[in-house]
Design a protein around this ligand. Structure first.
Ligand code: SAM
Ligand code: SF4
Length: 343
């Protein structure tokens, strides 16, 4: 269906957990976050019901995310359930990759269409620092296992951080040169801990890579459902992409909504507004009532985020409220971190 600005909404990001086995510095505070009690997290049947009603309204693509989606037991079963919903064409996954090797066979046999693996650096020591204790070997094993499936699209996502060595990005881009994965550089967003960490800009990374790999060509084709802008460097077998939500806003073409693991449907990442679908589901609402609420939420999607305006906001993430930072135009800003919203 279309929202109030005529944008076709056909993509839903579905967070299956707020828990994670890593603690990336820009995503979670060092002390961790208070986890949502298990009973407040949607069951697989509840997620599938919302996705089925969403599919009736034109959602065709689902992305499973978190927290770390692979820490949720039985995730491949959920993937299979979602793939069987009439109208759902693609189910994809975003993961840190550390548990992927063990689960990739079952995920692929249950219909996984593509996987994004977040690896901010291939340097073992730096990876340990950024993830507060993670093992890049585990993430690499996951990437390697995924890259072994010829029909599976594999992308590596990196959020470049201030203070990192240029060499780290040159090494990551090599994955695209060698044909292992498309590699995307994602601009830091002022969400959760992202408000207190500075990232490196698209322009910086682009110029580092250009010096080493030569002048790239723009790539016009589509490589997924998102807003990445891709280029192809000479001799590369795969692509390098840039996702720059803050500096190169792409809201006018936004096609997505988000379902948090607690069953809150959000029309925009940045705002706290949305609809508590879990309350409806558990209160005995029938499909028509839920459909009307999903429709209303999609229709109300804001024109754009205001990351620029909110960059100076206090870094007080995880207030526990659905959002209470007034933007001055009647809507309120999201105060939860990425792991809790579903990045
Ligand atoms: N745990 C999985 C992972 O790391 O891929 C899925 C959830 S994670 C929240 C999804 C993506 O959001 C990761 O690629 C992560 O780097 C990114 N992310 C987290 N906080 C961010 C921020 N403030 N700005 C930009 N990207 C962020
Ligand atoms: Fe976990 Fe992903 Fe957040 Fe890192 S970015 S802490 S892997 S949820």
């Amino acid at each position: 269906m279309r929202d109030q600005f005529g944008r076709a909404i056909d993509y839903m990001r579905v967070s299956v957990t707020d828990r994670c086995n890593l603690r990336c510095v820009y995503c979670m505070p060092a002390a961790g976050v208070p986890f949502v009690p298990h009973e407040e997290i949607l069951s697989f049947d509840e997620i599938a019901r919302i996705c089925r009603i969403g599919a009736e309204l034109g959602i065709t693509k689902l992305k499973l995310t978190g927290g770390e989606p692979l820490v949720r037991r039985g995730l491949p079963d959920l993937l299979g359930m979602l793939k069987r919903i009439p109208g759902i064409e693609q189910v994809t996954l975003t993961t840190n990759g550390t548990l992927l090797k063990e689960q990739i066979n079952e995920l692929v046999s249950n219909g996984l269409n593509s996987v994004n693996i977040s690896i901010d650096t291939l340097d073992p020591e730096r990876y340990r620092e950024v993830t507060r204790g993670g093992s890049v070997e585990k993430a690499w094993e996951g990437l390697d296992a995924a890259a072994g499936f010829p029909g599976l699209r594999v992308k590596v996502n990196c959020v470049p951080l201030q203070g990192a060595e240029d060499e780290e990005y040159i090494r990551l881009a090599l994955l695209a040169k060698e044909g292992k994965a498309d590699v995307r550089f994602i601009e830091m967003m002022p969400i959760g801990m992202g408000k207190v960490f500075s990232g490196r800009s698209k322009e910086e990374i682009y110029s580092i890579l250009k010096q080493v790999y030569g002048e790239p060509e723009a790539y016009d084709g589509r490589l997924g459902n998102g807003p990445a802008v891709y280029v192809q460097f000479p001799g590369f077998r795969k692509h390098v992409g840039f996702i720059s939500a803050v500096s190169h806003q792409f809201c006018s073409g936004c096609n997505r909504i988000r379902l948090t693991s607690e069953g809150y449907l959000k029309p925009c990442l940045q705002y706290g507004s949305g609809t508590d679908l879990k309350k409806l589901l558990r209160g005995g609402a029938d499909d028509d009532m839920i459909r009307r609420e999903i429709e209303r939420t999609i229709f109300s999607k804001p024109a754009s985020h205001q990351f620029d305006a909110s960059c100076a906001a206090v870094p007080g993430e995880e207030s526990g409220n659905e959002g209470d930072e007034d933007t001055g135009d009647g809507d309120s800003l999201e105060k939860k971190g990425m792991s809790r919203i579903g990045g």
